[in-house]
Design a protein around this ligand. Structure first.
Ligand SMILES: Nc1ncnc2c1ncn2[C@@H]1O[C@H](COP(=O)(O)OP(=O)(O)OP(=O)(O)O)[C@@H](O)[C@H]1O
Ligand SMILES: [Mg+2]
Length: 278
């Protein structure tokens, strides 16, 4: 990430409520978050703490109950659903744990799918998809069906699909959750490469080892941000060496943060803690 990068995502007091009355549940509570262009953010936290809900909001797949969302400087609430869809298809790429490839569709059409929304003809779509599949060494599998591929290959197809429209932000929800360690490594190396080209990556994971790829590690708890740490990666070593704390959302989280770090066993070390009230 370069110094002075612009704010690509800015969330202010974001709240997401599911259900009403007795069934009311706040999946996100008054959440504030700013992500700069070029960051590689890893989001962790216990099951049910709101990680996927947050990614869905950022990816414009769902709307918050209240709060503000600015994407690349523009207020998302103020634009029509149609323009939101256009923004999503041109600027945001998605990678999911379960790959989400369309089963009866050859690999090349799966990868080319986001380009349909850009209005490109089939020949052009295939040409672009084939080029990107080549980058993932999958040209020989272009006309395979997804079920004929291994899990790792399916996830690489999904990554190719997420990149086909050259988005600037990649959202990945447990992209290695269904993969063995070798396939996970390959997928993470691909994400690292995509990040090194200047893209912003926001990845949810339960695997603390993957924080080594991050420039920033956010821990969520009960629908809000619990700790938020920036990492400084030493080029000689793949493991972050030192870091400065960006923000902690609540004073009371200071002690609990230490416990959570021990629990996850992350190699990330805290250099300094600065507590700010929002
Ligand atoms: N459509 C929905 N209707 C009602 N409640 C929902 C809905 N989607 C999510 N929730 C609730 O919101 C909370 C946060 O869900 P979310 O999927 O964001 O968790 P998560 O942190 O991604 O968990 P996991 O690590 O298990 O994927 C959960 O308690 C969940 O039950
Ligand atoms: Mg989830």
């Amino acid at each position: 990430m370069t110094r002075g990068s612009k704010d690509i995502i800015k969330l202010k007091s974001l709240t997401k409520r599911y259900g009403v009355g007795d069934a009311e549940y706040f999946a996100l509570k008054d959440l504030n978050l700013t992500i700069k262009s070029g960051e590689f953010v890893v989001i962790m936290g216990p099951s049910g703490c709101g990680k996927t809900t947050l990614l869905n909001m950022i990816g414009l797949l769902d709307r918050p109950t209240s709060g503000e969302y600015h994407f690349d400087g523009a207020s998302v609430e103020k634009i029509s659903r149609r323009r939101q869809a256009r923004l999503r298809s041109s600027k945001i790429g998605f990678i999911f744990q379960s790959f989400n490839l369309i089963p009866g569709m050859p690999v090349i059409d799966n990868v080319a799918l986001p380009l349909v929304y850009c209005g490109f003809g089939k020949t052009r779509r295939h040409k672009i998809a084939s080029k990107i599949l080549g980058r993932f060494h999958l040209n020989e599998r272009e006309f395979y069906m997804p079920h004929q591929l291994s899990g790792g290959q399916q996830q690489r197809v999904a990554i190719a699909r997420s990149l086909v429209n050259s988005p600037s932000v990649i959202l990945a929800d447990e992209p290695t959750g269904n993969l063995d360690s070798r396939s996970s490594h390959i997928v993470m190396e691909e994400l690292k490469e995509i990040h090194s080209q200047g893209n912003t990556i926001i990845m949810v994971t339960h695997n603390a080892n993957l924080t080594t790829y991050a420039t920033r590690v956010i821990n969520m708890l009960d629908g809000t941000i619990f700790t938020d740490l920036k990492t400084v990666v030493d080029k000689e070593s793949p493991v972050p060496k030192a870091e400065t704390v960006v923000k902690k959302s609540r004073r009371r989280t200071k002690e609990r943060g230490k416990k959570s770090e021990k629990k996850t066993g992350t190699k990330v070390k805290k250099a300094k803690i600065e507590v700010k009230e929002d």
